[in-house]
Ligand binder design. Structure first.
Ligand SMILES: [Fe+2]
Ligand SMILES: [Fe+2]
Length: 288
């Protein structure tokens, strides 16, 4: 089943499906119609289910620790911010007629919506780069280890995580070191001490951690952690500092989820502004 899954769903298509699934789970008045439409498309729903079945089965504590070792050495590529954006765009599957917007456009729409609301420039820059960690797909990583909702590993999986029933296939579910409320962690130890399932959030956080203000780093690191920023399922691991900074994660989420519009942004026209922003905060090249 997993072989078939890999062949039939491109990374870009998977992201579109994940986004549709999120819109269905967290709809607004504006997004309802589109989300409901997807609801009845069972092949799309089955793809998302299969994605989460694999994600929940394989994202164990050991797996996450091993991916941290493997990818936080940053010995794969050195790229400027714009090189990374261009590189990420090669993810698009041209054969799919259903795909309207590429990654640059999602990033620009998110960032432009933040800018239009008058937020500080580092917030705008965060919108522009928040998904760059998805280059993991281009390093050959399976989609279930790049995108999708994130959640803590090393302690009990909350039933507020999407498709919680799939965790029964995860060996940690039966491991007494990892399956209690706190598992390997102490009460309210702070999320900086907690390992989340491996994916593009955590990876990009480590690339950016020396360059951006802390609210930006929280937005990057926890933007897919819906079980907390939407469901508050892990308050028992958060400390006061996390609670304060999660205001920014929640402020960021609507721009990520609801800023998609059918008119593509003018990449050429906007590029100089974002190049200046990058030059203000980031070094010439970043290590991936
Ligand atoms: Fe993301
Ligand atoms: Fe995003």
């Amino acid at each position: 089943m997993s072989e078939n899954y890999k062949e039939t769903v491109s990374p870009h298509e998977m992201e579109e499906l994940w986004e549709q699934d999120l819109l269905q789970r967290y709809p607004t008045e504006n997004t309802k119609a589109k989300a409901d439409y997807r609801n009845y498309e069972s092949p799309a729903r089955d793809t998302v289910r299969e994605f989460y079945r694999m994600n929940h089965t394989y994202q164990t504590y050991e797996f996450v620790r091993q991916k941290e070792q493997e990818f936080l050495a940053f010995n794969r590529r050195e790229m400027s911010l714009w090189d990374a954006v261009d590189y990420l765009n090669t993810l698009i599957d041209d054969s799919d007629p259903d795909i309207d917007l590429d990654q640059t456009q999602h990033l620009l729409q998110t960032a432009e919506a933040i800018r239009a609301d008058g937020h500080p420039d580092w917030f705008v820059l965060t919108g522009f780069l928040h998904d760059l960690g998805k280059v993991l797909c281009l390093f050959g990583e399976p989609q279930w280890a790049v995108v999708g909702d994130t959640f803590p590993v090393g302690c009990a999986y909350s039933d507020k995580i999407v498709y919680p029933e799939f965790f029964t296939a995860n060996p940690d579910y039966y491991d007494e070191r990892y399956n209690s409320t706190y598992g390997v962690y102490a009460p309210n130890c702070g999320l900086r001490n907690v390992h989340l399932s491996w994916g593009h959030d955590e990876y990009l956080y480590h690339i950016m951690k020396d360059y951006l203000p802390e609210p930006a780093l929280y937005m990057i690191r926890y933007h897919s952690f819906y079980a907390q920023h939407r469901e508050e399922a892990y308050n028992h691991l958060m400390d006061d500092h996390d609670r304060e900074l999660f205001k920014w994660v929640r402020a960021f989420n609507p721009y990520d989820l609801y800023s998609k519009s059918p008119s593509p942004p003018d990449v050429k026209k906007l590029r100089p502004y974002y190049e200046d922003l990058a030059a203000k905060y980031l070094p010439d090249t970043l290590r991936f």
